[in-house]
Design a protein around this ligand. Sequence first.
Ligand SMILES: Cc1cc2nc3c(=O)[nH]c(=O)nc-3n(C[C@H](O)[C@H](O)[C@H](O)COP(=O)(O)OP(=O)(O)OC[C@H]3O[C@@H](n4cnc5c(N)ncnc54)[C@H](O)[C@@H]3O)c2cc1C
Length: 408
Amino acid sequence: MNPLPLHGLRVLVSGAGVAGPSLAFWLARYGATTTVVENAPALRTSGFAVDFRGPTHLGVLAAMGVLDELRSLQTHGGASSCVDEHGREIFGLPAEFAGGDVEVRRRDLSRVLHDRSADRAEYLFGNAVAALTQTADGVYVELARGATRTVDLVIGADGLHSGVRRLAFGDESRYARHLGYHLAGWDLPAAAVGGPRLPTTPQQYNVPGRMASVSRDDRDPDRAGAFLVFASPRLEYDPTDIDHQKELVAGAFTGGRWLVPQLLDTLPAAPELYFDSISRVSVPQWSTGRVALLGDAAGGVTLGGMGVGAAVVGSYVLAGELAVAQGDHRTAFAAYERRLRAYTGRWQRGAAPGEFLAPSTAARLWLRNALLRTRVVQRLLVAGTKSIATELDLPAYPVPADGHGLAA
Ligand SMILES: Cc1cc2nc3c(=O)[nH]c(=O)nc-3n(C[C@H](O)[C@H](O)[C@H](O)COP(=O)(O)OP(=O)(O)OC[C@H]3O[C@@H](n4cnc5c(N)ncnc54)[C@H](O)[C@@H]3O)c2cc1C
């Protein structure tokens, strides 16, 4: 006899970012058989620091047993400085503002979550869901590389541009709203931007509608990370054409001052680029039949600040509700959405990261700088994000002890 509540349930998860591996971890804990399909050839390594704030986020990480490991990987680089073109500080922001309570590189987070679930779930990299057909008993899934699977449930944890959402819910244009900005991030040799003189705390330079920032890696002094944001209408590009994306970034920052020319010089050699529009995703209902959405695919804002926190909390709740409902997806999907929709909606509604990071006019830039120079505004911002992150009573699901029946 196998007492685990999801024993025998077959789940296919699309996306091995943050939500996908977290869900795979919890589903395995409850006994489900999980396959994670990721379209990148390996875990993605680009992107920068992401953070968790408040007891709700940290509570889930602790329950997963990853909190200590993540603390050991903290960036310690959260405090940031806004500088003028000569590198003189205009204002500084405290570490908790940008870095929350635990700040780690996105790639470290994704790797830790993957490693905790890799021996309990099947991971298929370089593959994607190409077609989905729901029947009364399951979902017939065709994979892009030719194989097929029949599973009980499919979860779209494949980010803002979710492929599962497109297949099961309809075109992205119905759910994603462009917020007038794009962003780009890549790794570069620190020597290109001052080497050891470059601080490990982010230095940010603005002109209206443009923000460039750079910081040295605190664990690898030879590496640095660039992160750029620019105002623009929605750009058309092939997500797999990295050279074209680099051209778009270079075009947007041509003629820039401060360290911008040196940053752009490193762009052609960058092996990976995180390039995206800043968009808000809002899906009126997170499930349809046996297919549900999780993390940014369900609702998120690029750089919205709570993406990873909402992804791990959402995974915990979705798996917990499935376990409580003994795998009955109708009951579980409804309960998952009821518990989480207001929580994710609150931080999502007000988030305008593009306008905050790169105010679009000289007057708005001046006003932002004037406000952020004051301690009281800084304190209000830190308190506000923490209280939104905590506004959820985390249900205590009956989680089986680790290792219990997992190999069965
Ligand atoms: C490369 C990258 C870098 C990022 N860097 C930052 C950052 O620096 N700061 C920040 O605040 N946020 C960043 N984000 C966003 C942040 O990681 C998310 O808000 C948060 O992790 C939410 O988790 P998620 O798992 O829902 O989505 P994501 O973390 O975006 O993960 C989605 C995963 O699904 C994969 N995927 C996409 N389409 C398909 C498909 N059709 N089939 C299969 N797999 C698919 C993606 O490759 C990705 O691995 C980044 C996202 C990515 C993908």
